[in-house]
Design a binder for this molecule. Structure first.
Ligand SMILES: *Cc1c(COP(=O)(O)O)cnc(C)c1O
Length: 398
């Protein structure tokens, strides 16, 4: 029996080997600070658990395929606070942003179609697209430019007859970039001129540390072609809840994706009840979290740029930094950190960034750091990284 060509084109996680090394390091008594993961360490709002504890039903029923009406309403109101206007029937609850992405690709793309994505990008975009027979045409962005977009001509040159959509995460994972209003308008214009969908992954909407944020939900001229992908995972530190949504003013899209939602019947009922309370959480939760991450970013960034040869613009969103290191191979450097380096029995684990690129050879000398540790641990981790890098360079390992 053979597996599908489709699934064989999906890459296996490249971080497995590194996780094995980190497990080995820990077994030998080393402490490893993990800057490689994208799971926030902030407490989930208590209302989530309370709603689930107080559930009084006797049967755990399927909920409506489009999601619990009360949750949809809470999300509609949440968008309203950002002056993004959706009707209830323009929002569909999904099993996380992940399902929103996968179902959206299935809904708008045929086998062999392609979508434009600025690279480096969230690596699951690749896994999802491959698993549905869709190709990604990468738009390369650079550490030197803070991962902002290239000019319009360069982006347009990636479009061909099979291009269906532009997909991007804003704020960006892994880069932490927040696109300017001009960039967002440029993407909107390209979508109009080439008749493309825009899949706006805005799961990090509140994680903005400087400047203004432009949501695709606020760009009137593309309202019929925008699909917003959203999630409680990062916003409310509720990755395990598996609650996300799509929102779009395009009725055809909504009607079509609903077919997939009906086939998978339902999103977990209890988690949706919890998620209603997440969206009802006092706004101060989000501003406190924002302030915490801003401080962490500063701690990490300030340590990082002390090392000569590190190239990295200060990111303004999400909770990641991608840095170009003066080493030949960031994967080798990470392995060395885990196997051969420690300061008083402690070391640090970054995530090599090559896996976030599609273009061969790019990102080989880059790492992504997630600032999901408290400031004290983070500053230890950042110092370990700095010392590790200095030692590595002195050993002339490169
Ligand atoms: C985490 C993440 C998602 C999806 O997360 P879910 O837990 O499935 O909601 C989508 N896009 C980006 C950029 C992410 O970082």
């Amino acid at each position: 029996m053979n597996l599908s060509k489709r699934i064989e084109s999906v890459p296996t996680s490249t971080i497995m080997e590194l996780l094995t090394l980190s497990a080995k390091a820990k077994k030998s008594g080393k402490k490893v600070y993990h800057l490689n993961i994208g799971q926030p360490d902030i407490k989930t709002p208590q209302g989530f658990y309370k709603a689930i504890r107080e559930f009084k039903g006797e049967i755990l029923e399927y909920s409506l395929s489009e999601g619990l009406p009360e949750l949809i309403e809470a999300i509609r109101k949440y968008y309203e606070d950002y002056n993004i206007k959706f009707d209830d029937d323009e929002i569909i609850i999904t099993n996380g942003g992940s399902e929103a992405l996968l179902f959206t690709m299935l809904t708008i793309c045929d086998d062999g179609d392609n979508i434009l994505v600025p690279e480096p990008f969230y690596s699951n975009y690749y896994n999802f697209s491959k698993s549905v027979g869709v190709n990604i045409n990468p738009i390369t962005t650079l550490a030197e430019n803070g991962f902002h977009l290239p000019n319009k001509e360069e982006i347009v040159s990636k479009i061909d007859g099979k291009t269906k959509a532009i997909l991007f995460s804003n704020p960006g994972n892994p880069t932490g970039v927040v696109y300017t209003k001009e960039e967002i308008n440029m993407l909107a214009d390209i979508a109009i001129e080439h008749n493309l969908w825009i899949i706006a992954d805005e799961v990090y909407r509140e994680f903005i540390y400087e400047g203004e944020y432009t949501s695709l939900g606020n760009i009137e001229k593309v309202k019929d072609r925008v699909i917003i992908v959203d999630s409680v995972s990062k916003r409310y530190s509720a990755c395990g809840a598996r609650i996300g949504c799509v929102a779009s003013k395009n009725k055809d899209y909504i009607k079509a994706i609903l077919k997939l939602c009906q086939a998978r019947l339902s999103v977990p009922t209890l988690e949706q009840l919890g998620a209603i309370e997440l969206y009802n959480t006092d706004k101060s939760y989000l501003t406190d979290v924002n302030e915490e991450y801003r401080q962490r970013r500063d701690v990490l960034y300030n340590e990082l740029i002390k090392v000569p040869g590190v190239i990295c613009e200060k990111p303004t969103g999400a909770f990641y930094i991608v840095a170009k290191l003066p080493v030949e191979n960031a994967d080798d450097f990470t392995k060395w950190l885990l196997s051969d380096f420690d300061v008083n029995g402690e070391t640090v684990m970054p995530c090599p960034a090559e896996g976030f690129y599609m273009t061969p050879g790019l990102g080989v000398d880059e790492i992504r750091l997630a600032y999901v540790l408290n400031s004290e641990n983070l500053s230890k981790a950042a110092r370990l990284l700095k010392e590790g890098l200095e030692t590595y360079l002195k050993l002339n390992k490169k």
